[in-house]
Design a protein. Structure first.
Lengths: 259, 299
């Protein structure tokens, strides 16, 4: 935390929360403590009508205080409503029900494709990842918000070894050719910075640097050439009221202590 | 004539309903919740050979223990891992060393597949865009395409999944196999509907289940269930929704034990092979189990 009044995970939650709009519907999978904190924060600030679904529990707007680690925890079931998992899959397939899908991966590439399947060739993996679960729905689920707690050149690669969560595929032409209902990846949040995507080239672009982070540091820790605008703003720090809300919904530091 | 009660011991249920060479075995539960561990440990004790292991969209120790201590030829899964606790050691090792054949799929392949298996549907077509990832490229046998008769376009399909046997945890059942999930159902009901044979483990047998909760809440009909095993704390070290939470410390002990074949062997001896399932709770410690409290949901 280096003497700051907030943790990096809390800053990441604020970046995600500010991206969410009122009346939207968001969905997330496993290991989503920071997105959950972000959704709660958004609901308590500018987006009181935001709905979010907590992974395999099927819980709509869990009333979690404190947050929990497991996406399928029974604690999630104190919620506005609870859907059976196959119902969540139906909604994910619809194409217009969800506005934001939180995703991530062992690898994330310059077009925002994610990989949870393997490092190396699938037939002879150097590392077998856990598997992709629901990430293939990314191209049908509104805007993808990608997050990772490790911003380094092993995670951010030129091209994923296995595309298990499609972003802009092989770039603007292949994305346009598919004509998918989703809008593709729109935001990437890491411990170093926030990123979005260049409208024309669909390549990941530095959006804002977290306080104290230099642009060279981001470039060095990214395994491909980012689009870096001349002017890159600093990510606004959590406001005292944002922090107060985060500390209330996450008193035990389930999200806060991640980074 | 008397109605047949389906209640039996865990050893009898596995002996009678899981063939020595089981063509396909589905295990319920999702992540570290509602894993039918009492039944799974007994499958390992009785040394059943599993041709194909089928999981929910997110498996945990249910699949990992079978891969570490049992005999599994191939696994159909979309995820095996331990969420915030890390990767699944035996799954990872078995796939990397090719001691198991991996049929890697995504979540809808399983959800649609159980649905198709349950309803006798020949397949379920995927929504457009789900073919834009690489899964079908490495597994064209699994992911087949056909022509949409309405648009003439190519569509990817999910094949029906019909497990020979499904092992499922419900919180409560009556002696005839009518059962309820008191928390999340995950894909366990679909597995029950799709499987040829279903073995249930429950925290508690409640003779007047429908009367107690109202029949609308009892959504597992007994006619789909072959055996009911009362196994209190039978999901340990995973949670049983509304009954108890997962034992994170024990899961960590397991993950550590899986680091070497010797320590895994010791783990298996201490918690699986060296005892009857009925002794498991005592081995873990009743006080420890009782402390796995969960606030859960109100009735």
């Amino acid at each position: 935390m280096s003497g700051k009044a907030y943790s990096t995970a809390e800053l990441m939650a604020c970046v995600m929360a500010r991206h969410l709009r009122d009346r939207e519907v968001a969905v997330m999978g496993a290991v989503s403590m920071i997105p959950m904190a972000a959704c709660r924060l958004a609901q308590e600030t500018h987006a009181p009508n935001l709905s979010y679904i907590a992974g395999g529990s099927g819980a709509v707007n869990p009333h979690l205080e404190p947050l929990v680690f497991s996406s399928c925890d029974a604690e999630n079931l104190r919620a506005d409503a609870v859907l059976a998992l196959p119902d969540v899959i139906l909604l994910e397939g619809h194409g217009k029900r969800f506005d934001v899908f939180f995703g991530g991966g062992l690898q994330i590439d310059k077009y925002g494709n994610c990989n949870l399947v393997c490092i190396g060739d699938w037939h002879h993996p150097v590392l077998k990842g856990p598997g992709t679960v629901g990430l293939p729905f990314l191209p049908r689920a509104g805007r993808a918000v990608i997050y990772t707690t490790s911003h380094n050149a092993r995670t951010f690669v030129e091209k994923v070894d296995f595309n298990s969560g499609p972003g802009f595929l092989d770039g603007p032409e292949s994305w346009a050719r598919q004509g998918l209902p989703g809008q593709g990846p729109s935001l990437v949040v890491t411990p170093l910075c926030a990123l979005d995507f260049d409208e024309i080239s669909k390549v990941m672009r530095l959006k804002s640097l977290h306080p104290g982070v230099r642009r060279e540091q981001v470039a060095e820790n990214t395994g491909f050439e980012l689009v870096i605008p001349v002017e890159v703003p600093v990510t606004p720090e959590p406001t005292p009221s944002e922090l107060a809300i985060l500390r209330r919904v996450d008193p035990t530091g389930v999200a806060r202590n991640l980074v | 004539m008397e109605r047949t009660r389906k209640v039996m011991s865990v050893s009898e249920a596995i002996r009678r309903f899981v063939p020595d060479r089981c063509e396909s075995l589905a295990v319920g539960g999702m992540h570290m919740h509602n894993n039918p561990m009492a039944l799974i440990r007994e499958v390992i004790r009785q040394d059943k050979k599993i041709k194909r292991l089928i999981t929910s969209p997110s498996a945990d120790i249910n699949a990992d223990l079978l891969l570490g201590g049992g005999s599994v030829e191939e696994i159909l899964t979309a995820y095996v891992g331990f969420e915030h606790l890390g990767l699944a050691p035996n799954f990872r090792r078995a796939v990397e060393k090719k001691t198991v054949k991996l049929l890697e799929c995504d979540e809808p392949f399983l959800v649609y597949g159980f649905q198709a298996g349950a309803g006798g549907l020949p397949f379920i077509p995927y929504p457009k865009g789900l073919e834009s990832n690489d899964l079908h490229k490495i597994n064209p046998e699994l992911y087949r395409f056909t022509t949409d008769p309405y648009t003439g376009e190519q569509v990817m399909t999910a094949a029906p999944i019909k497990p020979s046997v499904a092992l499922i945890h419900c919180q409560e059942a009556d002696p005839y196999g009518n059962a309820i999930f008191k928390g999340s159902e995950f894909t366990d009901r679909q597995m029950i509907f799709a499987a040829e044979t279903v073995v249930l483990q429950v925290e508690k047998i409640v003779p007047n289940l429908a009367e107690r909760y109202g029949a609308t809440r009892v959504n597992v009909p007994g006619f789909l269930v072959s055996a009911v095993v009362e196994a209190p704390y039978g999901c340990h070290p995973t949670s049983s929704h509304t009954y108890y939470t997962y034992d994170e410390d024990h899961l960590k002990v397991y993950l550590k034990a899986c680091k070497s074949p010797e320590s895994l062997g010791e783990y298996l001896h201490q918690y699986v092979l060296g005892m009857a399932e009925e002794e498991y709770a005592v081995e873990i410690g009743l006080e420890r189990l009782q402390n796995l409290t969960t606030r859960g949901v109100s009735e």
